[in-house]
Design a protein around this ligand. Structure first.
Ligand code: ATP
Ligand code: MG
Length: 120
């Protein structure tokens, strides 16, 4: 996965300041949970780390490299959305295999891997 470091990460939507200076060290391989009341910014913080939102200030480092200008696909992260985002026209196998296909794995491997049930 890699080490993730947040340094004074800020996010505003217009005049509303949502993330007010988040500092965090997430060690490689560790399991971290964000807990807080609805609307406190948990999803926003995850979206900032994944690159789905631009930071308003601060740095996000992955393995020591500041990725705030790196597009989501180049950050090497995955995110499962709070509201499930499935491709309705694809089968279960198609949905699971899609990420592997996009990652450039050869056609035979996604098929074999996506036949196995997903691990919890
Ligand atoms: N794109 C957006 N534009 C404007 N405001 C936004 C946007 N996305 C989130 N917000 C606001 O930012 C705040 C934090 O939202 P966020 O979804 O991060 O909260 P959350 O902690 O994940 O809440 P929940 O527990 O309900 O999932 C909320 O006030 C929300 O209305
Ligand atoms: Mg949320």
């Amino acid at each position: 996965m890699g080490q993730i470091t947040l340094q004074d990460v800020q996010k505003s939507f217009g005049p509303v300041h949502i993330i007010k200076g988040a500092d965090l060290e997430i060690a490689d391989g560790s399991f971290v949970v964000f807990v807080g009341p609805s609307g406190c910014g948990k999803t926003t913080l995850l979206r900032l780390i994944a690159g789905l939102e631009d930071v308003s200030g601060g740095k996000i480092l992955i393995d020591g490299k500041n990725v705030v200008d790196t597009p989501p696909a180049k950050r090497g992260l995955s995110m499962v959305f709070q509201s499930y985002a499935l491709y309705p026209h694809m089968s279960v196998r198609g949905n699971i295999g899609f990420g592997l296909k996009m990652a450039g794995l050869p056609r035979t491997r996604p098929t074999a891997r996506s036949r196995r049930p997903p691990r919890r």
